[in-house]
Design a protein around this ligand. Sequence first.
Ligand SMILES: [Zn+2]
Length: 719
Amino acid sequence: MFFSRFFGVLALSLIVSVAISARNVSAQSTSSRAVAAGSVSFGGAPADGSKEPRLERFDPNLVDKTLDPCDDFYKYACNKWITANPIPPDQVYWTTGSGLQLWNENLLRETLVAASTNDPKRSAVQQKIGDYWAACMDENGIEAAGLKPLQPELQRIATLKSKKEITLEIARLHHLFPGAWLSGDNQTDTPFFGFVGKQDYDDASKVVAQIDQGGLSLPSRDYYLKTDDKSKELLGKFKAHVEKMFVLAGESEAQATSDAGTVIDLETAMAEAQMDNVKRRDPKEMNNRMTLAQVREVAPSIDWDAYLKAVKAPASEHYIVTSPEFFRAEEKLLSQHPLGDWQAYMRWQLIHGAAPQLNKAVVDENFDFFARTLAGAQQPRPRWRRCVAAADRDLGDALGQAYVDRAFPPESKTRTIQMVHSIENALNTDIQSLAWMSAATREQAIAKLKGIEDKIGYPAHWHDYSTVKITRDSYLNNVSQATSYEFERWAAKIGKPVDRSEWTMTPPTINAYYDPQLNTINFPAGILQPPYFDPTKDDAVNYGAIGMVIGHEIIHGFDDEGRKFDAQGNLRDWWTPEDAKQYDERGKCISDEYTQDVPDAGPGVRQNGLLTQGEDTADNGGIHLSLNALEATLKQQGKSLDDKGEDGWTYRQRFFLANAYSWCANVRPEITRLIVTTDPHSMPVYRIDNVISNMSEFQQAFGCKAGQKMVRANACRVW
Ligand SMILES: [Zn+2]
């Protein structure tokens, strides 16, 4: 997906996973961390939730034969499906994977409902997930409580006596709501800054403290800083939203207006100081090592010793401060602005973080801005879907076990592993035969490929939630309890040996990722389902859909970002200067190609090919690998790519059609704009048309000729 929880974890993103705000939606997939009211919903059913979940399966009859495949292949493959599947009002896009999203959520709901009976014979795990569900679904109880559960927190902020006391309140906010440790690739929105225990860039065998920029509520710094009319309009609407939320929390109109102004000023200043999302793709830019003494010096207004104690962080060998400039600017802000301004900012962060867990008036206002205005949703998802997503985010391993038992048979795992191995073999062949790569670099590349660990379906160990206190009484409190557990669990990793079994996506997630510091590829059980992996379909269809996904994740180890890490996950340059130069030239072809207008997002909106270069490289390389692996697999069966199957299509054609089908999508213009501004993935239409127009193998499949749109004169190829 989009994104993953941690920097540098490179995911697939089925557009399913737009991060709007880590606390509102979140890092990954629709499924996993999309939470709550204010969140954009990804995939799923009509608002009433009544539609029977239906898995989409590839069917070549869906091809629109009135169109020319060489003119716009995405349209050729998807037009009929797109016309027949409009976006439900509570969704911001609707894809061939949306039926699976709903199907997965239904399985989770059944598990949650069964566990929610107040039966004394329930297991400890059932008690956790069942009571979590009961509290989340208790709309009447939440309504009756109103803003009451927030009062002690508001009170504590109100009674702060000096700016020295701000530090402990930051630690408190980081424990209350998901965000601080959810450091996605474009993470910007945890109060003040982010904190997590993470593998060291230089020595991947160690876990050190990482302190990241943060402070914003909008999806990226661009939303504060761009000066075109549309951007100014959105910032104005954001200010109106902040005012309304303050009023809902009990402030007078006058105070709410003044406080909203303060919030916008502070967040805009933090946005200015943030490192932008293109620079953040370069791990060397992020790898700023400091001693604790240096951290104290950069931002002395924060009492770092008190913070580290409050989040129970063990001593770290050193500290990675991803963006020292950000902390210098935050220091200036902390010293210049009076305590009252920071109290307003913290009140806002508190209400904003709590919003999805509160009463209807707050939920609706949060939805209205973050889902309707920013993403284009017309109505909120039904409550059950929001509660499923929240439970998956907060108690994902407990729910994930039940999902795997019901939805992921051993045969699926076996067939996936076979495909992974054949696609890894295809990359091995590719690397061995590359004319532009020297023997020295080739040897290192092969070592890195051989070092990749394949993780399929679910983790080897499940997290133990026994210390997380979940009750039926307070949804807000349950979210905070689960957040505290997860936040401190990541902090506690500092100084300990690396846990190689850790996953950063839950099993039902419809997504996949490569982790450059663990050198692992990860495919949750949630994506190993139709239309991506379909046990009822032939190899051509499965290599076209999930095979391309597998190739995509493997290539992430060798894209412009991933290639900077070695087989052990260390940030180390293993390329000869000449090979690096050759690589960069090929990479530039990709980033130039994808620097393009995106008319669906509105006039003047342009994709930045430098932001999407890694994902585009993975898309282009991934499909090559998968096609080559299919060819090798067919050969073993005495067949070739251009043999015709029973339906009259060749295997090669079925491969490309199934690939395009798995990306068919209806997308609202609002979310398109958000994705183009913040997301390192290209929109689905470009993930098909740009990719295949670079491929002679595609032109061969459909007899396309030079001069046609799907035949690019300056075709790019990295892998
Ligand atoms: Zn990716």
